[in-house]
Ligand binder design. Sequence first.
Ligand code: FHN
Length: 430
Amino acid sequence: ANGGESGKIDYPQELSAEKQQTLEWFSESRFGMFIHWGLYSVPAGEYHGKKVDGIGEWIMKRGNIPTEEYEQFAEQFDPVKFDADAWVTLAKDAGMKYMLITTKHHDGFCLWDSPTTDYDVVDRTPDGQDVIKALSKACKKHDIQLCLYYSVLDWHHPDVSYRNRDAKQDFNRYVQTYMKPQLKELLGGEYGMIPMIWFDGFWEEWWKPEMGKEIYDYIKEISPSTIVNDRISSDFPRTIIGDYVTPEQNIPSVPTSNIKVGDFWETVLTMNNTWGYRKDDNSWKSDRELIRTLIEVASRGGNLTLNIGPKADGTIPQPSVDGLNAMGRWLKVNGEAVYGTSHSPIGMMPWGRLTTKGDDKVFLHIFEWPRDRFNMRLEQMSGRKIKRIYLLEQPEKSLEFVRSGMEVRFAVPQPCPDPIATVIAIEFET
Ligand code: FHN
């Protein structure tokens, strides 16, 4: 489904049956949780009493914090309130189907007990809990898929750190003796079957296109069903290696230059303006923006992976919790119009957005509720008989409609049931 003339994924040319299956699961899921958690949640945007601008997880570099000093944040990374079950339940109740966590971000600190280094949560922090292990157990229990993020670049590892360029660095040694063993630790079975590995940090000069290919092939060897995102080619975005596309902080129009209808993609998005926790960032998206964003993404045939940045004590900022709960309440009623749906054949409409399911259902996500009647022209109605029209809020109550050709008219109840988005289902005879 990817690659080819208008798609830009160049490698691989063909997807294996195992990967196809995982991609289908991925696409049906539509909604997941991104988690950026690491030592940066200790300084939380501030260094020596001064604000360091930008996204929280970049504080080591942007704040020019010496490595030895940054390492000491590990002693304050004491997640006494971390409750893996509670995190997974939060995701599940929000209607999310997977969780994607930073096993190692650019700062190089590892959230699992890596035999390859002692720069990890078990060896360096007071609590010493393997976070990935705890989450993998909780995910299994609650039937959520655990997916893993891994940064290619590493500001801590002497062989690749930008701080160490004057020394004799051996980039290939990092790939062979650090990155590959770590990927094996993560994907080799210890943490269960991982459906998706999410690379990032591919843009440093030392990282070469052939290294990206080597890692892509290596993942296939150690975990054939695991799908790989599109961020391991150093030549990105001209050359893309991977199985699906990951736009960031924007919702692509589809089709576009690198995504065509039917391609697999996922928008990653923050709920405020940072991925890693910053104590001063209060620019939270409203419930309405969050829910409508999910609808927008689904109507264009993609996934939404929405980020939380937990604090160093293991708690999740309350506005994130509130926003996720609101999404969960909406999805409980309207989930059918999101999960397993397909790209809308019509674009944005003044009244809202549209998703389709199989051959027999169209969902209208109404943002602008009509004052009395709803009139619409629907190309895909041509030659098909409408069986029933109803609100997902009240599935047992059919709405009366009048049909003429490709137009349909029906009265809607007042007042508007859900001003954020009310979903009307149109069911066709099959
Ligand atoms: O540099 C990272 C950033 O910190 C964050 O992890 C995002 C998430 O998609 N990715 C990179 C920037 O594209």
